[in-house]
Design a binder for this molecule. Structure first.
Ligand SMILES: NC(=O)C1=CN([C@@H]2O[C@H](COP(=O)(O)OP(=O)(O)OC[C@H]3O[C@@H](n4cnc5c(N)ncnc54)[C@H](OP(=O)(O)O)[C@@H]3O)[C@@H](O)[C@H]2O)C=CC1
Ligand SMILES: O=CCS(=O)(=O)O
Length: 251
């Protein structure tokens, strides 16, 4: 029987690229996301391996619990959980943001991630040695920038939750990793800007951002390392991205 991976946010960007990477290695896939048509397309594309799709909003704890409880036998136990579903919204100063946007980021990036983790943990512990959780954090969880507000804070949560899980899972064999990418060209900026394709194109033009396949390779690498190796955190930027000096308010 092949190893099973559950990937959230498999309808786009890193999640979709990770699905392709795990399929290439022969894993069975559980693919989750809200856009059912995209899940079906991916299932047809990756027909060389068993694929189970789950149209799921990670913010809905009951739906998450039910989806895991109803997994076909062929897709249990889960050996690797890729907690990738997430989003940023409202790239403007905190004082101009709608409260609903802050709540959406918290509900998705924090509550959604813990909903899925809680539901899948028993399965991962059953596998034990070699099992893994890969959480998608961000450089924004470590480094502040204007307009990062709650998005960066949710990714700081992801980092600390990763480390605390490591402590609790010591002795179970389950590994936990925070992968923290910098700028990568996906639908991320389209979502963040409320569908502004020109703004998204502008951000990525004239430079060389990370590609979804770059992060997918790192996710796969992390989950397929020998069982005695745990990468705690992996921060990765495009070569053409770095930090800026501190900003100073002057008279
Ligand atoms: N691109 C970047 O520069 C970086 C991205 N990241 C992080 O990587 C992860 C993936 O982002 P990326 O691939 O770039 O962005 P995309 O927008 O391309 O993909 C985001 C994925 O998350 C899913 N998703 C969003 N909200 C929900 C929800 N409520 N329930 C279920 N699924 C949801 C979307 O699926 P659907 O809409 O179908 O539900 C989609 O598949 C995110 O956590 C993001 O914060 C981290 C660092 C850099
Ligand atoms: O998480 C995404 C990368 S960035 O936009 O915060 O740099």
């Amino acid at each position: 029987m092949s190893d099973v991976v559950l990937i959230t946010g498999a309808t786009s960007g890193f999640g979709r690229a990770a699905a392709r990477r795990f399929a290439k290695a022969g894993w069975s896939l559980i693919l989750a996301g809200r856009r059912e048509a995209r899940l079906q397309e991916l299932k047809e594309e990756l027909s060389q391996v068993p694929v189970h799709t789950v149209a799921l909003d990670v913010r809905d704890a009951e739906a998450v619990k039910q989806a895991i409880a109803e997994l076909p036998d062929e897709f249990r136990p889960i050996k690797s959980l890729i907690n990738n579903a997430g989003l940023a919204l409202a790239p403007k100063p905190s004082q101009d943001v709608d409260l609903a946007d802050w709540h959406t980021m918290i509900d998705t990036n924090i509550t959604g991630l813990v909903n899925v983790t809680h539901a899948v943990l028993p399965s991962l512990i059953k596998v034990g040695k070699g099992a893994s959780i890969v959480n998608l954090g961000s450089v924004a969880g470590q480094w502040p920038y204007p307009g990062g507000h709650v998005y960066g804070a949710t990714k700081a949560f992801v980092q600390q939750f990763t480390y605390n899980l490591r402590c609790d899972l010591l002795g179970t064999g389950v590994r936990v990793t925070d992968i923290a990418p910098g700028m990568a060209e996906t639908e991320f900026t389209l979502v963040r800007t409320g569908g502004d394709q020109a703004a998204s194109d502008k951000l990525y033009s004239g430079t060389t951002p990370l590609e979804p396949e770059d992060i997918a390779e790192l996710i796969y690498y992390t989950a397929s390392l020998p069982a005695h190796i745990n990468i705690n955190r992996l921060e990765v930027m495009p070569t053409r991205q770095a930090w800026s000096p501190f900003a100073i308010d002057r008279d």
